[in-house]
Ligand binder design. Sequence first.
Ligand SMILES: Cc1cc2nc3c(=O)[nH]c(=O)nc-3n(C[C@H](O)[C@H](O)[C@H](O)COP(=O)(O)OP(=O)(O)OC[C@H]3O[C@@H](n4cnc5c(N)ncnc54)[C@H](O)[C@@H]3O)c2cc1C
Length: 496
Amino acid sequence: MMKSSRHDDATTSALTRRTLVKAGLAAALMPGLAKAATTRKAPASPSAPADVLVLGAGLSGLNAGLLLEEQGFRVTVLEGRSRVGGRVYSLTDIPGQPDAGGAVIAPGYARLLDRAGQFGVPLRPLASPVDKNGPMAIHVSGQTIPAAQWAGSPLNPFPQGPLRAVPPYAVGMAALRTSPPVLQSVGDWREPAFADRDISIADYLTAKGWTPEQLRLAFAVNPGYGNSATDLSVLMMWHLQENMRIMAADGSPVVQAVGGNARIPQAMAAALKTEVRFNQQVVGVRSDAAGVEAVTAEGQVHRARWLLCTLPASTARLVRFDPALPLLQQTAIDEITYNRTFQVFFEVAEPFWETDGLPASMWTDTSAGRLMPLGALAGGPALLLAYVNGFAADLLSRMPPEQAVARVQESITRIRPAAAGKLRVLHHVNWQDDPFAGGAYTCWRPGQIRAGFASAFDAPVGRIVFAGEHTARLARGMEGAMESGERAALQLMELI
Ligand SMILES: Cc1cc2nc3c(=O)[nH]c(=O)nc-3n(C[C@H](O)[C@H](O)[C@H](O)COP(=O)(O)OP(=O)(O)OC[C@H]3O[C@@H](n4cnc5c(N)ncnc54)[C@H](O)[C@@H]3O)c2cc1C
């Protein structure tokens, strides 16, 4: 039967703390200093208020919680779901435990790799299965075009020149690459000196002669970021390119945790001294000079002296803050946008690509999105992932789940009749309708960085400190979440 993830489910002296903060966190991050996963846990007790209430048991909240505990602070982590990890989510009911959320760990993810090492989570290179029928094929306007024939295809909207040979899934990034890069350092994107570059990709590339059809193909079909060239900031994409360059580090392969990346946040949560409180959907945050309270949907009230909010902006906008947040922070929370993602995981009964002779992987402009063979993980059956983004994901999320999944499957078999009867739906994930995620990852719209949304959470607001990948300064994705948790923990150590 198909499964769905739409609704899944202090007392150290100030002197000591400040000394530790000033000495940096290097010692705290060294393996062995943190409590091991086997440490006996204290159940969270509402009668003994913690120093810090952490909202959210994703990577940012768990990293902050561990760092605070490692310095002697009492922490209570409140999580709305019945699991930790948030947008790091491994499908443990599927052989090989594929990752539906954060999947790719780059060699430069120092904090995440450090935590994996500290808690003994084994990693393996994340290799795509070898496709003997060639690289990812392109399917547009009802026609399938092998990658090698794309440059000569009448459906290719690019003029003769270097971009014509680049497949549509890479042409946007290729067009935005400049030599030398506009940003010289990974933190430049938030510097006022670059604010006037926070314009839409459509404006930037139209001025260079791009047509609407070129913009559509490169930025609105299966967009890795945003929905279209008009709603994505060119400054964000330059930051992304610089970030990818740094994260590629020495060029070692990207990796994944054996058994799924969720094993890393699970190990981090297990190392906390106090158990994560599950099914605590926070709907209100009240604060005054004495402390702060988080109120859950079921009316439970949790108290502490300080609060760390790591909720994605997409869910924080459903929380009532009392007193109200300043206009900049509330506007940022209301308007930050997330990539739209709908995924269907299939078991492949027979490798239909051996029948039709096409590559198993395919980039399409249909409701099937991108087809990505995951191979046979951990000795299980071969898996195929339909990874749908942008407007196509929007359309699917508006349908009843069974109908949406059927539409994806029909799209595949229309393009590839050989797949008929060979695919069995195992699981689908609708990230944008997930009430605890609201999308995949932050995609800055034009003008949002200039408006200060990206730096809005650098400083605490009263007794509330913010973290989460949308607040990261240098990294993005999982490492951005870890970075933000570290920054927030340091701020709290200074404040308490
Ligand atoms: C499909 C997809 C693919 C991705 N691919 C990659 C990748 O390859 N590489 C990469 O680096 N990153 C990737 N990411 C991004 C990465 O997973 C996230 O940036 C990162 O995990 C975010 O961590 P976080 O702690 O900021 O937020 P979250 O993980 O979202 O944590 C927030 C927590 O708060 C909880 N919560 C939300 N609302 C409430 C509430 N009201 N009350 C209580 N709890 C609440 C949530 O359940 C969650 O556990 C991907 C994400 C997705 C979804």
